[in-house]
Each structure stands twice: as structure tokens, then as C-alpha cells.
Design a protein around this ligand. Structure first.
Ligand code: FES
Ligand code: FES
Length: 161
């Protein structure tokens, strides 16, 4: 199969890569664009580690063929910290111990970002529901939950995104 030239916007920049059309977007992001914040977990759509935003929607980049991302606006975890400044959800994870090994963290943070930006509240059940596609082997989820509650509070007080 001949290569396809993928053109898209990633974290606000125009990017392109030549790759087989069915190459996983996850691999293009990590290997071609060197955005290694997006993690490989299961490769089967089960863990959420590879989550990115595509046109503002949470998507599992291990299940997205590169050709499907043509023309898309993609946000990776790096895009939440322009110029190295942590976004409010990232800051909440940092302050509340929401990350240990960090493999799940980029996907967790992006899922939490969508939840918080969407006006989600501090109800633990709603937060669990919003993050149910993201698995963590380390934290037991309590600190992740606390981090999202803190991010919700920060947004409510005007400090959120
Ligand atoms: Fe994509 Fe696990 S690596 S869902
Ligand atoms: Fe290690 Fe979540 S912090 S998998």
C-alpha cells in the first residue's frame, strides 16, 4: 500500500507526515511528530492511555488510522501545556497526587479536561463515568478523583480553562 501524506493540525500547528494510510495515529504522533506524551497502553482500545482530542472530541489514537485524521485538529497532552505552563487540570493532578507511574495520566488528564470544560461538576459518580474509559494500575483512582474535583473547583472559581 503506498504512503499517504497526512496533513493535520496538532496543538495548533500545521503538521504533515508520509505514512501508510492505516498506520495508527498513535504511532504517527509518537514516532513522526515526536509527541511522546501520548502513551501506548493496550493498543486495543481498552485502556485510554492513547487518548487525544480530535476536533475537540476524546478519541483513542490507537484505533484511528492516520488517513482518518486528515484535516483534523488534534490536541495531545502537550497541547494543554503551551510553553511548558501546566493547564489547570494538569496542575490539579500534580497537586493532588493524581499520577504515579504516569502511563495513564495523559489520557486521564485529557478525559478530565473534556469533563471540566464541558461544565462537569464535583459529583464523584459523574466524574467516574467521564473517566471510565481510562484505566489506572497505580493510584486506586481516589487521588485521580480528588484531582478532578479540585480542577472543577478551580474552574468554578475562575482559575479553570
Ligand atoms: Fe489505546 Fe489502550 S493504547 S486504548
Ligand atoms: Fe500508573 Fe495510572 S499512574 S497507570
Amino acid at each position: 500500500m503506498s504512503d499517504h501524506v497526512l496533513r493535520c493540525r496538532v496543538n495548533g500547528e500545521d503538521r504533515e507526515a508520509s505514512c501508510p494510510p492505516i498506520r495508527r495515529l498513535l504511532d504517527v504522533l509518537r514516532d513522526e511528530f515526536r509527541l511522546t506524551g501520548t502513551k501506548y497502553g493496550c493498543g486495543e482500545g481498552e485502556c485510554g492511555a492513547c487518548s487525544v482530542l480530535i476536533d475537540g472530541e476524546l478519541a483513542l489514537s490507537c484505533l484511528v488510522p492516520a488517513c482518518q485524521a486528515e484535516g483534523a485538529e488534534i490536541t495531545t497532552i502537550e497541547g494543554l501545556a503551551p510553553e511548558g505552563m501546566l493547564g489547570p487540570v494538569q496542575q490539579a493532578f500534580l497537586e493532588h497526587g493524581g499520577a504515579q507511574c504516569g502511563i495513564c495520566t495523559p489520557g486521564m488528564v485529557l478525559a478530565a479536561e473534556v469533563y471540566v470544560r464541558g461544565g462537569g461538576g464535583a459529583d464523584p459518580d459523574r466524574i467516574r463515568e467521564a473517566l471510565e474509559g481510562n484505566l489506572c494500575r497505580c493510584t486506586g483512582y481516589t487521588r485521580i478523583l480528588e484531582s478532578v474535583v479540585a480542577a472543577v473547583a478551580a474552574r468554578a472559581s475562575g482559575g479553570g480553562s
